[in-house]
Design a protein around this ligand. Structure first.
Ligand SMILES: CC(C)(COP(=O)(O)OP(=O)(O)OC[C@H]1O[C@@H](n2cnc3c(N)ncnc32)[C@H](O)[C@@H]1OP(=O)(O)O)[C@@H](O)C(=O)NCCC(=O)NCCS
Length: 179
C-alpha cells in the first residue's frame, strides 16, 4: 500500500470512490451527496485551502481523504477540517483508513498546520488522535446536528488552547446537509 498526495488527473476515480463507498454503507442518496461534496471541493477550493491524500494498491485508489481550511479570523493558528474519508468496501477493516489519516496529518504538520478538526464517529477517529471538543472550545462554521461528533487534535506540541472566534469554511462545506 502506498500513500500519495493530490488529486489532479484522477478526479473522476476519486469521486467514484466516495460515491460507491458511501452508497454501500449509507445508501445511494448519501453516496450522491458525498460525491457532489467531493467534486465541489476539488473544483471550487483555493489550492492553499485543500489537501487530498489517497491510498493506492498498485494503480487502484482504495482510500481517500480531504482536509480543507477553516478560517478563524481572530486566530494566528492554521486550522483544517478532515472530511470526508472513504476506504473502498473490499479494503475496509484492514487498517487503511487509520494509516491514511496518520499519513495526511503528518503531511499537514510538516506544512505548519496547527490544529485539525473533524466531524464523525468518536469511536473511529479517537484511534487517530482526535478527541471530542465543544463548540465553546472551537466554533463550527455551520450548526452541528450531532455535536458529539465535533472532534479535534493539535498538531503542535502546544497544549489544546481554545480557538477564538467564529469561522468560515470552503464553499463546498457551506452546505447544511453535510452538518
Ligand atoms: C470509516 C472508514 C473510513 C474506516 O476505514 P477502514 O480502513 O475500514 O478503518 P481501519 O481498518 O483503519 O480501522 C478499522 C477499525 O475501525 C472501526 N471502525 C470503522 N468504521 C467505524 C465507524 N464508523 N465507527 C466506529 N468504528 C469504526 C472498525 O470497527 C475497526 O475496528 P477493529 O480494528 O477493532 O475491528 C471506512 O470504513 C469507510 O470508508 N466507511 C464508509 C464511509 C464512512 O463512514 N466514512 C467516514 C465518515 S466521513
Amino acid at each position: 500500500m502506498k500513500f500519495s498526495s493530490g488529486f489532479i488527473s484522477r478526479t473522476q476515480e476519486i469521486s467514484d470512490l466516495f460515491e460507491n463507498t458511501f452508497a454501500t454503507s449509507e445508501g445511494p442518496e448519501e453516496g450522491a451527496l458525498i460525491a457532489d461534496f467531493v467534486r465541489n471541493l476539488m473544483s471550487g477550493s483555493a489550492k492553499e485551502d485543500l489537501y487530498c491524500f489517497t491510498a493506492l494498491e498498485g494503480p487502484e485508489i482504495v482510500g481517500g481523504i480531504f482536509l480543507s481550511r477553516l478560517t478563524y479570523a481572530q486566530e494566528d493558528r492554521q486550522v483544517f477540517i478532515l472530511s470526508p474519508v472513504a476506504v473502498t468496501p473490499a479494503w475496509q477493516g484492514k487498517g487503511v483508513g487509520q494509516q491514511l489519516i496518520s499519513f495526511g496529518l503528518s503531511e499537514l504538520r510538516q506544512n505548519g498546520i496547527d490544529f485539525v478538526t473533524t466531524y464523525g464517529d468518536p469511536a473511529f477517529y479517537s484511534r487517530v488522535g482526535f478527541r471530542q471538543i465543544s463548540e465553546e472550545f472551537a466554533q463550527a462554521p455551520l450548526a452541528l446536528s450531532q455535536p458529539e461528533g465535533w472532534l479535534g487534535q493539535s498538531l503542535t506540541a502546544n497544549s489544546m488552547d481554545p480557538i477564538s472566534g467564529p469561522c468560515t469554511c470552503v464553499p463546498a462545506l457551506n452546505n447544511p446537509d453535510l452538518w
